[in-house]
Each structure stands twice: as structure tokens, then as C-alpha cells.
Design a protein around this ligand. Structure first.
Ligand SMILES: [Zn+2]
Length: 144
């Protein structure tokens, strides 16, 4: 009887630990980057201000969703995200976005998709790309 009770107790503890791990892994981390760039939107109607070349101080947030490493206590090293994004950031910073291949119509939405397509092959647990164009305008892309 006591033996059975210990088994039940052990199973209960194991299930509780598993539930705790599951709860802890339901989280995202993110890393934010900033860059300055110029663009114009060729497809907006004549007279629209975005038809003219202008600049933005862009903010990009890469969200990563994955299992929490129980030993080290993180999902992944923020530095790794920085290293993966570094060449992309170099390409975007102080550029005329329209000149970058795939960004001939660099709306906030297209930029978010473009960044996703650049990052995702090197960061499979990427879950979301946020692009903020102004203090009050932005786009969130979660892939297809
Ligand atoms: Zn703009």
C-alpha cells in the first residue's frame, strides 16, 4: 500500500514538473534593432506624400519562440540573434530601400516580409517580425 502510494506520489511530482516546464516554454523573447533608411512608395497615387523620397528611423523586433533550455535558463542567446541579423542590418542601414533586391515597393508590410525571408532560413524558431516605421505606425508579420 505504501509502495503504491509512493508511485502515485512520484507520478504526481513528475506531472507537476512537466506542467511547469510547459508553462515556462510558452514564451517569446525578442531583440530590437534600429536603422535609418530612405524610401519612396512608387505605387501610391500621385500627390501622396509617400511618393517622394523621405526617411524613417526604423525599429525592427525579431521575436523568437522556442523551448526554454532548463540548464542555462534561456531560449537562445540574444547575441546569436544579433549576429544573425548583423549582415541584414548592414544592408538596410542608410540605404535607399527601393534599391535593395526584393524591395522595389518598400512598404512597411513588404519590409517585414522581406526581413522574415532573410532571417528565417538562419533562425528557424523566428516567430514574428515587427517593423516600426514611425512612433505610431508599424507592421507585425508572423509568416505564412
Ligand atoms: Zn515612409
Amino acid at each position: 500500500m505504501l509502495y503504491l502510494s509512493n508511485i502515485v506520489k512520484k507520478q504526481f511530482i513528475k506531472k507537476t514538473k512537466q506542467a511547469k516546464i510547459r508553462r515556462e516554454t510558452n514564451m517569446e523573447i525578442y531583440k530590437e534593432f534600429r536603422f535609418e533608411a530612405a524610401h519612396f512608395l512608387p505605387k501610391v497615387p500621385e500627390g501622396h506624400p509617400c511618393k517622394n523620397i523621405h526617411g524613417h528611423s526604423y525599429r525592427v523586433k525579431l521575436h523568437i519562440k522556442g523551448a526554454l533550455n532548463p540548464e542555462i535558463g534561456w531560449i537562445m542567446d540574444f547575441t546569436t540573434i544579433k549576429e544573425i541579423f548583423a549582415p541584414i542590418l548592414t544592408q538596410l542601414d542608410h540605404a535607399l530601400l527601393n534599391n535593395i533586391e526584393g524591395l522595389s515597393n518598400p512598404t512597411c508590410e513588404h519590409l517585414a516580409i522581406w526581413i522574415w525571408n532573410q532571417v528565417k532560413p538562419n533562425l528557424s524558431i523566428l516567430s514574428k517580425v515587427e517593423v516600426q516605421e514611425t512612433a505610431s505606425s508599424g507592421c507585425i508579420y508572423e509568416g505564412e
